[in-house]
Design a protein around this ligand. Structure first.
Ligand SMILES: *[C@@H]1O[C@H](CO)[C@@H](O)[C@H](O)[C@H]1NC(C)=O
Ligand SMILES: *[C@@H]1O[C@H](CO)[C@@H](O)[C@H](O)[C@H]1NC(C)=O
Ligand SMILES: *[C@@H]1O[C@H](CO)[C@@H](O)[C@H](O)[C@H]1NC(C)=O
Ligand SMILES: *[C@@H]1O[C@H](CO)[C@@H](O)[C@H](O)[C@H]1NC(C)=O
Ligand SMILES: *[C@@H]1O[C@H](CO)[C@@H](O)[C@H](O)[C@H]1NC(C)=O
Length: 504
């Protein structure tokens, strides 16, 4: 008798669950909530009534890009700090990795799933090096001879061991690798700092990048995406950079794509550009015109221009992927002002303009924004802030970048281990106070057909009255989903909420 009741009970539970907001993660301007569940907020969808002062409409039949996730760059400096923490206080180290990278649905973690890794030195390395520090070729060398001195062991052991530890927490983490410069001997400057690639080394550079992929694979680190050159329009002479015209990146891209396809890396994405929004309508567009078949898409940085510039690319290449891969916090800036800007431009605004990812620059730095490459003018002024600050005494603190990224990541990580990532769906906001809310909406499918889809909203209420003193106002909102309505009061801050319903 008892058993025959169970199916009826399960049916009832799943019907209710289909209409109830179950998961809430919140970060408020006053830090009353810090990527935590405010409680008392179970929300049920019911028959529609009057709209709230803001009205969020989710259109789950209009689906957009699939998300790759949120995260940051593991520079050599970050890896050095992580390794130092591990040797000083191993318990704190693993707690930090779990708090950053555990993508288990519901875990007390930011759920980072995307890590960008420099190949060779960047402005956040202890010294300048590449994977081929040889003095250069003798006349008439073949590519094989040229690269016979390729040495993956030049990668700091801290970098590889930290990546392996991250993978032990999140085996599905997406690694995106790219150099800040070709080896010095390939360049007209004969230095990794500044200058350009000599044209005769286009194919050698493609082979160098293939060997880098093989190095990662042999170290047990599968690579999700590769780019050819960080910031190809930057040739700062105080750290590894390389001015790389579109034609050169296009030529390397064609050569590399074919090497990747014939060497077991056909599933690794090739991403172009990696520079400012302000050039979205020129360099990346020309790159796709010259070598579109070789590239899966392009990536952007925040240092000049505006996120809406991404449309100059997506309007011409709607089938190419867009990644947002770099922006840095500045030491001393205001916590909540930064979070508002990050949500508006990078982690809600970015996906609305086509980004599949959202990343900050250094994953970890010390309290002074270091250690930097000796002599670099990069991150001058107040200095760059890491997503995490690792302290001399073996403790750590997370910064505003952590909360902004985590609030976005929670909406896109898989529901099931190794299940699919979210797809963005359309949403709009109306009502008298609609202007106060920034919203992105997602649908996350399941590993098992028939299991319910998770629907999520990332909502920023930025109505803090900061234009005229200070007067933070909660917004009583309604949420419209498939003809049903729920109500939710959004405090000033960022709220990520999810519910389950049958998929489309
Ligand atoms: C929802 O999106 C679909 C597909 O783009 C569109 O046909 C439909 O009109 C949209 N519905 C509303 C209410 O905007
Ligand atoms: C991730 O979080 C889940 C849920 O809290 C927990 O069971 C699991 O042990 C965590 N994984 C790691 C590697 O810490
Ligand atoms: C890569 O190759 C494998 C094995 O040949 C194939 O199953 C897979 O579909 C290919 N992937 C792409 C993106 O072409
Ligand atoms: C873009 O970004 C870099 C930061 O890497 C900055 O130094 C540079 O001035 C910007 N360049 C342009 C042309 O927008
Ligand atoms: C929002 O709704 C609550 C009750 O749910 C009410 O107490 C409050 O006054 C409302 N606030 C506004 C700004 O309408």
């Amino acid at each position: 008798m008892r058993f025959s009741f169970i199916p009826a009970v399960l049916t009832l539970v799943s019907t209710v669950a289909a209409q109830t907001i179950t998961d809430v993660w919140q970060t408020t301007w006053d830090k009353a909530q810090l990527l935590s569940n405010p409680g008392g907020n179970t929300v049920t969808f019911g028959a529609p009534g009057d709209i709230g002062s803001a009205d969020i409409v989710v259109n789950d039949t209009s689906t957009q890009q699939t998300m790759a996730g949120f995260g940051s760059s593991l520079t050599d400096s970050s890896a050095q700090l992580f390794a130092g923490l591990k040797s000083q206080n191993e318990g704190n180290y693993w707690k930090l990795l779990d708090y950053l990278f555990n993508t288990t649905n519901g875990a007390n973690s930011a759920g980072f799933s995307y890590v960008r890794v420099p190949l060779g030195a960047s402005d956040f390395s202890a010294n300048v090096y590449s994977f081929d520090n040889s003095g250069g070729p003798s006349l008439g060398s073949t590519i094989t001879e040229l690269l016979s001195t390729f040495n993956f062991e030049a990668a700091p052991s801290d970098l590889l061991s930290t990546l392996q530890d991250i993978m032990s927490v999140n085996s599905d983490v997406r690694l995106h690798v790219l150099p800040w410069s070709p080896p010095a001997w390939m360049k007209d400057s004969n230095s990794m700092n500044g200058g350009s690639l000599n044209d005769q080394y286009t194919d050698a550079m493609a082979s160098y990048l293939l060997k880098s992929l093989q190095g990662f694979k042999n170290a047990g680190l599968p690579v999700y995406a590769m780019s050819i050159q960080n910031e190809p329009m930057n040739s700062d002479g105080t750290y590894p950079t390389c001015n790389m015209p579109v034609e050169t990146e296009a030529a390397i891209g064609k050569s590399l794509r074919s090497l990747m396809d014939s060497n077991g890396f056909n599933d690794t994405k090739l991403i172009g550009f990696e520079h400012n929004w302000s050039n979205a309508g020129d360099y990346p567009v020309q790159l796709m015109q010259q070598a579109g078949d070789a590239f899966d898409g392009v990536s952007f940085h925040c240092y000049e221009g505006d996120v809406s510039n991404q449309e100059q690319f997506t309007s011409q290449f709607p089938d190419k992927e867009v990644y947002f891969t770099e922006c840095s916090g500045t030491l001393g800036s205001d916590w909540w002002t930064d979070i508002k800007w990050y949500m508006d431009n990078l982690f809600i605004g970015g996906p609305q303009y086509g980004s599949s990812s959202g990343l900050m620059w250094n994953l970890a730095l010390d309290s002074n924004g270091g250690p930097k490459l000796p002599g670099t003018d990069s991150c001058g002024g107040a200095g760059c802030r890491g997503v995490v600050q690792i302290n001399d005494d073996g403790s750590w603190d997370v910064n505003q970048e952590f909360y902004a990224l985590g609030q976005a990541a929670k909406a896109v990580i898989p529901v099931d281990p190794n299940g699919p990532y979210a797809q963005r769906v359309d949403s709009s906001v109306g009502g008298d106070s609609g202007w106060a809310l920034l919203v992105s909406a997602y649908a996350t499918g399941r590993a098992t057909a028939g299991d319910q889809t998770r629907y999520s909203l990332v909502v920023t209420n930025w109505n803090d009255g900061s234009d005229s003193g200070w007067n933070p106002q909660s917004v009583n909102a309604t949420i419209e989903f498939r003809g049903k309505q729920a109500t939710y009061t959004f405090p000033v801050g960022v709220t990520t909420l999810s519910w389950y319903a049958d998929g489309n």
